[in-house]
Design a protein around this ligand. Structure first.
Ligand code: R5P
Length: 324
């Protein structure tokens, strides 16, 4: 009997949900490919349908979705896209969720609470995802919620490159809470600037509310750079910025990876306490949410490189050597 031989050519396929198509287009452009078109629709009753316009059999597929508002709809769309890929005989499915949905619900703070970040990982698994790629997870331990490889990317090199070009002689890096100290410490090393920490307290019964308690570190007469993973309503950041200005900071600059920008973020971020805001485009930022002191840095080159490393069985870790 003659042997059957196949020439095993790997095929990389990028598909995208409807939340932030430009990000997928930018990523694909960096990979010198196109986004394979998905016929995605929402029926009158809210149900979502997705079908790929071309064969994806045997492909290494990366399903990009940006979990902006309405987040549940975009999550469901991505799950349906994964399901369609599983049934279309792809070789491997990687969920690319630059802003991991429900990441802030990563533990039980009080009795009878859900761990929704774990539920999301289970949903991805059940739909057929083989691996997950995300940027600046709210808590690194979310990696352990998914039973499979998780590529945890860091936006720090992208943001750092921006700040390394500026005059940082009077800069102090500020961690907006105790949870961010480790990351802020790396920033302070990289920018050769001292570190300050804000001690804040939340009311567990009121979402998106925070009160600043005290600042540890030298901020008087300094340009303060607050580094956070995300800005949602902007309340945390504006409270921190106000405390810093009250303590004598000459300027307050904010760097954050994920611009969630739920109302009233755009208004709050333009307050006198904040001089500029630097974010990446892991989430779409519509024109009406942009403002003059906002700088948006592209995340596509970083994600594209990570996708290539995964596809090519290379090293994602090598991208961040020493960065985090
Ligand atoms: C908190 O732990 C997060 O890192 C953010 O600081 C927070 O979730 C941002 O929310 P908001 O902008 O609504 O204050």
């Amino acid at each position: 009997m003659s042997e059957i031989k196949v020439t095993g050519q790997k095929r990389l396929v990028i598909v995208s949900g409807r939340a932030h198509p430009q990000l997928a287009i930018d990523i694909a452009a960096h990979l010198e490919t196109d986004v394979v078109h998905t016929d995605a629709r929402t029926f009158a009753n809210g149900e979502i349908y997705a079908r790929y316009d071309e064969s994806v059999r045997g492909a290494d597929v990366f399903v990009i979705q940006s979990h902006t508002y309405p987040i549940n709809e975009w999550l469901m769309e991505q799950l349906i896209m994964v399901d369609a890929l599983k049934r279309a005989s792809v070789k491997r499915i990687t969920v690319v969720a630059p802003f991991y949905p429900y990441a802030r619900q990563d533990k039980k703070g009080r009795g009878r609470e859900p761990i929704s970040a774990r539920l999301v990982a289970d949903l991805y698994k059940a739909a057929g995802a083989d691996r997950i790629m995300s940027v600046d997870l709210h808590a690194a331990q979310i990696q352990g919620f998914f039973d499979g490889p998780v590529d945890h990317l860091f936006a720090m090199p992208v943001l750092l490159e921006h700040f390394q070009q500026l005059d940082n002689s009077t800069l102090t890096v500020v961690s907006p809470d105790m949870g961010r100290v480790r990351v802020a410490d790396i920033w302070s090393d990289k920018l050769d600037a001292p570190l300050a920490i804000i001690h804040k307290r939340r009311d567990p019964l009121v979402p998106n509310q925070v009160s600043v308690h005290e600042i540890v570190g030298q901020v008087n007469g300094r340009v303060c750079l607050i580094v956070d993973d995300l800005i949602d309503t902007g309340r945390t950041i504006v409270k921190a910025a106000q405390a810093l200005k009250d303590a004598g900071a000459t300027k307050v600059i904010v760097a954050a990876t994920h611009a969630v920008f739920s109302d009233p973020a755009t208004e709050l971020l333009q307050s006198d306490f904040i001089d500029s805001v630097v974010v990446t485009d892991t989430l779409p930022i519509p024109e009406e949410k942009r403002f003059p002191s906002l700088v948006v840095l592209p995340i596509a080159p970083l994600i594209a490189r990570a996708i290539y490393e995964v596809f090519d069985d290379g090293s994602v870790t090598s991208m961040f050597d020493g960065a985090a």
